[in-house]
Design a protein around this ligand. Structure first.
Ligand code: ATP
Ligand code: MG
Length: 196
């Protein structure tokens, strides 16, 4: 599951857990992006903070892990590179890529979309405010899974912190504490984000 995770929240975790159970996956790897092509124009929190929050949020689940491949490669993150770095030389792995309904709608715009769809089976999950549908022509490589509706976005979490509103129970407790410890999202320029 790729994401900016700025910050990771319970919508991400419920989606991952729901897909893991639906496909009986051995492991779910969370992969925080370096820079995200569709988020040009907004300032994203430094990768190390986003990485550590993702580690904190997933630490208690033995089958969740976090990969640094995108962060360590740097530059703009493209899923084709993520999948190649993680699974390019692995013939023993069947890869799935988990996306919310909003991200799924755009997969045909992704770099090397055809190859990306060959390298992993895509799973779109329900997300409040977005219609869940398989983009045209890719039905064989995409499945849809209904997960409990979590009307949470990282954008909303950042705005809440900036306004002094609580994010308890929207993100894991350790992530709330991490945000407070490093004073993230205070007077955040990311408030100008146009994209959720
Ligand atoms: P932002 O508001 O900054 O865009 P976000 O909440 O959309 O943050 P991302 O890191 O952009 O989180 O999303 C990573 C992946 O998780 C995407 O595939 C996205 O569709 C999915 N996702 C995010 N929030 C939810 C949610 N509440 N329910 C289901 N899927 C979600
Ligand atoms: Mg998003």
């Amino acid at each position: 599951m790729g994401g900016t995770f700025d910050p990771i929240h319970h919508g991400h975790l419920v989606a991952a857990s729901g897909v893991q159970s639906a496909f009986d996956l051995d492991e779910v790897i969370f992969v925080p992006t370096a820079a995200q092509p569709f988020k040009n124009g907004r300032t994203v929190t430094p990768a190390e903070h986003r990485y550590l929050m993702t580690v904190i949020a997933t630490a208690s689940n033995p089958s969740f892990s976090v990969s640094r491949v995108d962060i360590d490669r740097g530059g703009t993150t493209y899923t084709i590179d993520t999948l190649t770095d993680l699974f390019g030389d692995r013939t023993d792995v069947e890869a799935f890529f988990i996306t919310g309904a909003d991200a799924l709608r755009r997969i045909l715009d992704w770099k090397d979309a055809e190859k990306v769809l060959e390298m992993a089976h895509f799973v779109g999950v329900t997300r409040p405010g977005h219609t869940l549908e398989v983009p045209e022509g890719v039905a064989q490589r995409v499945s849809l899974v209904e997960v409990p509706a979590m009307a949470i976005s990282s954008t909303d979490c950042r705005e809440r912190v900036a306004h002094g509103d609580p994010v308890w129970y929207l993100v894991p407790d350790g992530v709330v504490q991490y945000i407070m410890k490093y004073r993230l999202y205070k007077n955040s320029p990311s408030l100008t984000a146009t994209e959720a």
